[in-house]
Design a protein around this ligand. Sequence first.
Ligand code: MSP
Length: 634
Amino acid sequence: MDKEKFYITTPIYYPSDKLHIGHAYCTTVADCIARYNRFAGRDVLFVTGSDEHGQKIQRKAAENGTTPLEYVTEIVKNFKLLWEKLGISYDDFIRTSERRQTQTVQYFFQKLYDKGDIYKSEYEGLYCVQCEAFWLERQLSGGNCPDCGRPVEKMKEESYFFRMSAYAEKWFKFIEENPDFIQPVSRRNEMINFVKQGLDDLSVSRSTFDWGVPVPFDPKHTIYVWFDAVINYITAAGMFEDMDKYRRYWPADLHLVGKEIVRFHSIIWPIMLMAMDLPLPGRIYGHGWLVIEGDKMSKSKGNVVDPLLLIEEFGADAIRYFLLREVMLGADGNFSRDALINRINSDLANDLGNLLHRTLGMIERFNRGVIQKGEEITPLDAELIALADRTIDDFERFMENMEINEALKTVWALIARGNKYIDETGPWLLAKDPAKAGRLNTVLYRLAELLRVVAFLVSPFLPFTAPEILKQMGLSAPAKFLLKDARGRDIIGGGAKIAGGAPIFPRIEQPAADTGTASPAPGIEPAEEITIDDFNKMRLRVARVLAAEKVEKTDKLLKLKLDVAGEERTVVSGIALHYAPEELVGKDVVIVANLKPAKLRGIQSRGMILAASDDEGRVSIIEAPGVKSGSRVK
Ligand code: MSP
């Protein structure tokens, strides 16, 4: 195997409760990075799992009248269900209660003990059960745990200690020689400051509970859950089980973790490996937290968001897209239903969905559903092709730097350019002139090629949608999406018959405020009832379009000159993506004649044209052909 390898991990989650959207965020980011690396041609090992030991789980199981193993086994089933629904492409799911893990943990413990790096002493300290962590008085925040803010308990017990203090200098040297080890830089600085305050030896065993890995030579002691947990990464690489695999994948290239556990990963874990004389991972990346409408998620606040329900309502790819696009990796991000719906409607339904469905609709209508190659390309086509090439390069650079939302932005800029290209080339006009059939084919072919590139580039983010786009285009999805296959400007060839299908991202209609009225017919959004007097306030009138032109520097606006019963009016209308100006001249349309005038892009607009639009982005103006201009519509 000569492919470069890439080993990436998520934290292993506590199966003490259901996972929430914050956990889903962390795993979605890791999945996107894993998928990108496969896409880039690397041989990826992607591991997630569950951190099953410790006092908290033991207590929870007892409260539920069951054993810890039975308790966590049920919860772990739900973890796996969530990951499946969210499209998480993990290669291995490690549970710390598995034998392979016990073996490695005991091996580490024994070896460090034999070496003198683990010794027995007595511990007196302040313990946070929630975080399974001991704290020093000076580390507390307002007397409480600095991580979770809960009260700490005074504990005194015999304990084994790991001689971390002996490694401070070695750690500093390593961090200096590997400036990219802890990312982002803000976390690196935090960790350096933390170690500068002095490294204490770490208590690594407990004798007050027994749900965990026993100390091999002193079984009344149970190995500290964090000592156990971080070792999962090397167990899953194959240590003991499969040494060939281990030699291939260890050390890990990236441990992606939340910001509050960077300390365990960038100080304790590397020092454990140094003491074991084992290679250290390539990078620890601390991502930010997802907050809910600006607030930390918590059961007591009742604002915990269940990702399974969201997936059911909006689909996995919409949730993935939101998480990856809205949050800048490393910074905290905000989740709200409104923001999610906005993203779905604007980026997914409008931009991506419209590009696909408009293109397929036109191929269907103008070319009986067959993609044809067309004739020579024009400079406009060449510009579109060059942008696609540049987008692929930018996308690759951003993803290699883990700038996920920048990578998405660049793909969406290409999508926007595609939509604009439709407006600029006006295929509906070309279709009216048989002499322009060759040009029409070229335009539709360029759009199909563009969509093919887009399908490839979105595959690490939208794994369910990427093959669906190709399927609707009548192309077969590759067994593996590969970046190198995204490139190319003439891949589809002529003759492919599009398959079409349902909208990939239907628009989400926001329900109107609850008015207490009876339910409307299925499929129609609820709205406030009005009286006939309300309706009569409106003056709907027939108007004849005298002239039409695009409003400069806008995509969507047309400026129309209308005749309404002999009076000339200017109306600005947002239908430029759907109608060419020439198509409208001479049409008898319907307007709201008594709408308050408004200024749009500096143009005074008097009235509004009525048009119908559907979920798939089709728009049709309402016409009254041949009815005298100025006639009332009621
Ligand atoms: N079991 C430990 C990790 C051991 S790794 C060797 C643990 N588990 S956890 O279930 O509490 O958290 C797992 C991960 O979820 C952490 O990286 C944490 O940052 C992340 N998140 C928990 N809530 C989160 C948000 N609200 N937002 C983003 N990530 C969050 O810690």
